[in-house]
Design a protein around this ligand. Structure first.
Ligand SMILES: Cc1ncc(COP(=O)(O)O)c(C=O)c1O
Length: 394
């Protein structure tokens, strides 16, 4: 057996998170796409069956109260809160990330005041943020400026209303400096809005600690909530009273069943709601979050870095120089939980990897993405993925 395979076995044997893999439905496939769609936690189908058959089928409308459906968006928000370093009462679950980007950015521009005329958006990020930011800027009468995160400090000023940034870049896996950039945005008197899609559940975020104003994220990647599971919106407690939602639906009303023609916003996180919550996927997410019980995010981060380091080492040894170019930063402080490798014919290479039981994904035009989910990916998986990649490239 090769030296790397032996090392992988040793690392797996010493891995305190290794037993968590049993909490998921997995097979022989090396699943390196948990940064796109997390694996299914084993107990979720049974819970969803109960929600459908008993809560909906038998209790019907009574479940809004008796099964806790009505309070689910804030209750599940509180469950996500420790994973992103937030105290309870600041996160509401619902809608898609795109919709929450819209709510957060328009609300941030409104809070910043009329004299602040510019919104900065991370142009290197997932396109939806840029599309929504363009519309939010148009609606609020601001100018939108597309920038790289590195450019942000030099462009901030008295005209900056809000800055929308990604914590981890979806394509390169680069981790941006959330504490430093948030501090710079605040020093300019503007508001910082963060998209946590690629960091929540993969590394400690520290929203409260770093004074982030607003944040959004999805739950179907590292939080394993299932396809299309609802996203979340964080509004820092001190800002909640000033959070003026651009989508003030009846669910965010202070007295939703008062059916008043005049809108009065609910206090707290509920102010971020819009309409009736999507209960089936929301409760699947709630069940899925139980896999985090007793899990230390510090341990998750340490394993994530160890896995990505080990993958890079295996790729270097098996593939040799010049076949791929790593676009993910080598420095741990700048790395999320994925490795992105550039190579010719990346789409075709990924197709062949999937055929051989290594599932990552391809991002246009030439990037192979491999996501490392510390809850269920091990070192032997990692070694095998690198070995098969080398065979495919050869
Ligand atoms: C960084 C980032 N932001 C936003 C989105 C879009 O999320 P949604 O489809 O929930 O609107 C994604 C989806 O993968 C993403 O990766």
């Amino acid at each position: 057996m090769s030296e790397l395979r032996l090392l992988a076995e040793k690392l797996d044997a010493a891995d305190e998170l290794a037993p968590l893999r049993d909490r998921f439905v997995l097979d022989d496939v090396v699943y390196l796409d948990g940064n796109s769609l997390g694996a299914l936690p084993a107990h979720v189908p049974g819970r969803v069956e109960d929600v459908v058959r008993r809560q909906w089928g038998e209790l019907r409308i009574r479940s809004w109260e008796e099964s806790g459906w009505w309070t689910a968006p804030e209750r599940i928000g509180d469950r996500i809160a420790p994973l992103v370093g937030a105290a309870p009462g600041q996160i509401v679950v619902g809608d898609s990330t795109s919709v929450n980007v819209f709510k957060a950015l328009v609300a941030a521009a409104r809070m910043a005041g009329e004299d602040r005329t510019e919104i900065l958006v991370d142009a290197t990020t997932f396109p939806t943020d840029g599309y929504i930011a363009e519309s939010a800027a148009r609606l609020t009468g601001r100018t939108l400026r597309a920038v790289t995160p590195a450019e942000v400090p030099g462009l901030l000023g008295g005209r900056t209303a809000a800055v929308l940034l990604n914590h981890v870049d979806y394509r390169t896996g680069r981790l941006h400096d959330l504490p430093g950039l948030t501090a710079a945005v605040h020093a300019a008197g503007a508001l910082a809005v963060w998209d946590l899609c690629h960091s929540a559940g993969a590394l400690p975020v520290g929203l409260d600690e770093h004074g982030v104003d607003l944040a959004v994220g999805c739950t179907y990647k590292y939080l394993n909530g299932g396809p299309g599971s609802p996203a979340y919106l964080y509004v820092r407690g001190a800002l909640q009273d000033r959070f003026d939602s651009p989508l003030p639906g009846w669910n965010s009303h202070a007295d939703p069943f008062g059916m008043s023609p005049a809108y009065a916003p609910a206090p707290g996180a509920a102010r971020g709601r819009v309409g009736t919550p999507d209960i089936l996927s929301m409760l699947a997410l709630e069940a899925a979050l139980e896999v985090w019980d007793g899990v230390s995010l510090t341990a998750v981060r340490a394993k994530s870095l160890a896995l990505t380091d080990f993958f890079l080492r295996c790729v270097a040894e098996y593939t040799g120089p010049g076949r791929t170019e790593c676009v993910t930063p080598g420095r741990h402080e700048e790395r999320g939980s994925q490795i992105a490798l550039r190579c010719p014919d990346a789409g075709e290479v990924m197709k062949r990897l999937v055929e051989r039981g290594v599932v990552g994904d391809f991002r246009h035009p030439d990037v192979l993405r491999f996501g490392f989910t510390p809850l269920y990916v091990g070192f032997r998986d990692t070694e095998r993925a690198a070995r098969i990649l080398a065979e495919v490239l050869a």
